[in-house]
Design a protein around this ligand. Structure first.
Ligand code: GCW
Length: 605
């Protein structure tokens, strides 16, 4: 058995258990001898728990009973009270997007190879897939998209010949309440006999309708198709002069008879920008494109929007699209894979960031929560043993977007390590603070993209400066940042008035986003009295010192092996990485500004 937060369950789920209620009874019996189940089919995913004496009762719908069993197990294992009353997930769609390629690699994967693909085939250990089902169900994740949104070759289209394999995988996960979703390539019709993929050509719609019929015949409960179109060289409707709504709705009509959804990603921008062009501003792109189309998407289309207007940076303002698409079903996309946040080498617990984002967006504006996965074949599933906290918390947030980050992180710690009380405090606050620490030594004040190009790990302040991706800081000897107010690129104008005014005023703009919205001189006076350049130096020194402190603290914790050794090895790299960030970034800005550090610390000028 591989390690998970469900260590209390020592027996693997047997393959012959084919219903959620069967699995629920099996799992609960491992923890408590006296659990009774009442199935209420009309309850769907909901459940309620009760305790009388030493006996427990789980009432729930078809998958609700399973969620109820895992909630009971979690509460017993963590020594916490049972949730009161009927529990219902807030979002019906709680999805993990896996960027797995059929050759077995994972785009932005830091936990080993794919759990289900190898050598252009499906290849997996069914026992491990059942463990995966258990993990997902135990935190309420109910949809798994198994292939990369960059559908690279026709071999990855998961069409006809591969469908029986998709069907087998779906059958293993079904009893865990997990349905599959498939990424598709918008140009599939053209690669399969037609001379066009124009969404308004009736032959194209017919092609998709027939294709959908075949797919749903094999996997009747498939959740739908996920589409990355017109983005980073992926084909899309714009090739034919059609809108995204026209493209998405054509697909939506094809899958509607089967109850399928089209999840359409809003990650669209000009990825061939000229760095000399200061008028095009990448953060403006998605809103410019989609806001005018609000209200024109079919009911079974969900627009999946990355949390920020750029791309999963450590700090971005909320994408203005969340506040500008009231007549469209939208999903927020998180990224558990730590592409820009430390490659699962650096510790980075995301729940505090999600709390901020969901509070700003307003949970009721969303119809789904989605995350790019961080799983792979590594023994511990997530590369860094602590990165599992992000998968765990994501499930809890998608179930209940009012989730408190500290409570969720503590629950994960109790289930996984159950440290003595004082150690638990140290560890939980280390995780709670880890995003702030990473932000300080990498990119404070809303400075993004100072990473090594392509791999996105390690410092490179000018790495993206003369590239075509639209990701610039425009640092020179006088100033740094981009003016995104009305006088500049106008990005602030995409927000509702109050927020636009807040962000547009450098005196009021929150410090952590200051250089996202403004171009400021190095001697700019911050509200705390420091100059901007001093704040840049201080944050890098402080962040690095905090990483060193984390390492010292980790050594004092009795995390069980092998996690302890693995975590210490990775944190040693994190500390080295933090020093590199501190020295490269501070030296970079020192060389431009010529400003000495007020505390006389060493900068490699
Ligand atoms: O962050 C970028 C990544 C790409 C990814 C893309 C996306 C799947 O660098 O690797 O491609 O985002 O989200 O589509």
């Amino acid at each position: 058995m591989r390690r998970t937060w469900l260590g209390i369950l020592s027996k693997p789920v047997p393959g012959e258990l084919e219903t959620p209620s069967g699995i629920a009874a099996f799992e609960a019996a491992q923890v408590c001898p006296d659990v009774r189940f009442a199935l209420r089919e009309d309850w769907g995913e909901s459940y309620s728990l009760e305790k009388t004496g030493d006996a427990y009762a789980v009432t729930g719908g078809t998958t609700g009973v399973l969620y109820g069993a895992y909630a009971l197990i979690r509460a017993i294992a963590a020594g916490e009270p049972l949730p009161e009353g009927r529990q219902t997930p807030y979002y019906p769609l709680r999805m993990l997007d896996c960027w797995d390629n059929m050759d077995g690699t994972i785009e932005r994967g830091y936990s080993g190879r794919s759990l289900w693909f190898e050598d252009d085939e499906f290849s997996y250990d069914p026992e491990r897939i059942r463990q995966l089902g258990r993990m997902l169900a135990s935190v309420g994740i109910n949809v798994l998209c198994i292939n990369n949104v960059n559908v690279h070759q026709p071999a990855q289209h998961l069409t006809d010949s591969l469908l029986p394999e998709v069907k087998k995988l779906a059958a293993i996960l079904r009893p865990f309440g997990v349905r599959l979703m498939l990424s598709i390539d918008f140009s599939q019709p053209m690669q399969n006999g037609l001379d066009t993929s124009d969404p308004l050509d009736p032959r194209v719609e017919e092609w998709w309708t027939e294709h959908a019929e075949k797919v749903w015949q094999e996997i009747p409960d498939l959740a739908g198709f996920l589409v990355k179109a017109d983005s980073e060289h992926r084909p899309g409707p714009s090739v034919y002069g059609r809108t995204h709504a026209q493209g998405a709705n054509m697909l939506a009509r094809a899958v509607a008879p089967f109850g399928g959804k089209i999840v359409w990603r809003a990650f669209v921008y000009n990825c061939l920008q000229d760095w000399r062009d200061t008028t095009t501003d990448r953060p403006c792109a998605a809103y410019d494109l989609y806001h005018p189309q609000d209200g024109s998407f079919d009911n079974n289309v969900i627009l999946q929007i990355k949390y920020g207007p750029y791309d999963f940076q450590v700090r971005e303002p909320l994408s203005p699209l969340f506040l500008g698409m009231p007549r469209t079903s939208i999903a927020m996309e998180m990224q558990l894979a730590q592409e820009y946040t430390g490659h699962q080498i650096d510790v980075y617990a995301m729940a505090p960031m999600w709390r901020e984002l969901l509070d700003q967006a307003g949970k009721e504006k969303l119809s789904a929560l989605v995350a790019v996965g961080n799983l792979g074949r590594d023994d511990n599933w997530t590369g860094h043993p602590f990165a599992a906290v992000n998968l765990f918390c994501f499930g809890l947030f998608a179930w209940d977007p009012d989730c408190d980050p500290e409570t969720a992180i503590r629950l994960w710690e109790r289930l996984t390590y159950n440290l003595p009380a004082d150690q638990e405090e140290t560890f939980v606050s280390m995780l709670m603070n880890s995003r702030h620490v990473y932000e300080q030594y990498t990119a404070p004040l809303g400075l993004c993209w100072m990473v090594r190009p392509d791999i996105h790990y390690g410092p490179s302040p000018y790495g993206y400066e003369f590239q075509l991706w639209g990701t610039y800081n425009r640092a020179d000897r006088d100033a740094v940042g981009i003016d995104r107010t009305k006088k500049g690129t106008g990005f602030t104008e995409q927000y509702p008035k109050e927020l636009a005014q807040l962000y547009a005023d450098p005196e009021k703009c929150p410090d952590e986003l200051l250089l996202f919205f403004h171009r400021l001189p190095y001697d700019w006076k911050m509200r705390d009295g420091r100059t901007l350049i001093q704040r840049i130096y201080d944050d890098h020194f402080d962040g690095c010192a905090a990483a060193e402190k984390m390492y010292a603290e980790l050594k004092t914790l009795s995390i069980p092996e092998p996690d302890r050794t693995e975590a210490l090895q990775r944190m040693e790299r994190q500390v080295r990485n933090a020093r590199e960030w501190r020295d490269v970034t501070n030296t970079f800005f020192h060389r431009f500004s010529g400003a000495p550090d007020a505390h006389g610390r060493r900068i490699y000028a």
